[in-house]
Design a protein. Structure first.
Length: 171
């Protein structure tokens, strides 16, 4: 382990998470960044979860603060990739959520699931090498989360097996 990883392990034990078994996003972020620096993997999956946890708690101010913090963490990863020779001009970011929050009634922002209208709707952002900069675009076609895996395989130049459902998205 690097000195930073050792420090993160020590610090994580000293800072209590409001949810007990859930790691705070700052730790997830810095572990991921340290791994990228050390191993230079071609694919990195990072799951920032604080916004979901704060929403379930009904803590709207913490939810907003966490969303703002997540934006800064993503910016930090982007800036790192643009100064690292392995990643610079080779990196594509695919950012999405695993579920929506619902649209009606207004208090559904705290939850999600089959019984929450609109919770199946998610947002999706891509940017980086080979992605045309179109700004915010609303697709004329319905996109599905089962298109994420084939899109990643296409970006990596790997074959898409018949067992994987969904077609790659146009980037």
């Amino acid at each position: 382990m690097t000195e930073k990883e050792k420090f993160l392990n020590e610090l994580q034990g000293q800072i209590p998470s409001p949810w007990g078994s859930v790691r705070l996003d700052a730790f997830t972020h810095h572990y991921a960044l340290e791994h990228m620096k050390k191993e230079h993997p071609k694919l990195v999956y990072i799951s920032y979860g604080e916004t979901d946890d704060f929403a379930h708690d009904g803590d709207y101010q913490a939810y907003l603060k966490s969303a703002h913090n997540t934006d800064a963490l993503i910016k930090d990863i982007w800036e790192y990739t643009q100064q690292d020779d392995f990643y610079m001009d080779q990196t594509v970011f695919l950012i999405t959520t695993d579920h929506g929050r619902g649209t009606e009634p207004l208090d559904t922002w705290r939850s999600h699931g089959a019984d929450v209208k609109g919770a199946g709707q998610v947002w999706f952002v891509t940017f980086g090498n080979g992605v045309e900069n179109l700004g915010e675009v609303k697709q004329n076609e319905q996109l599905y989360t089962n298109q994420i895996a084939p899109t990643i395989l296409k970006i990596l130049g790997m074959p898409i097996s018949k067992e994987i459902e969904g077609e790659p998205m146009k980037l």
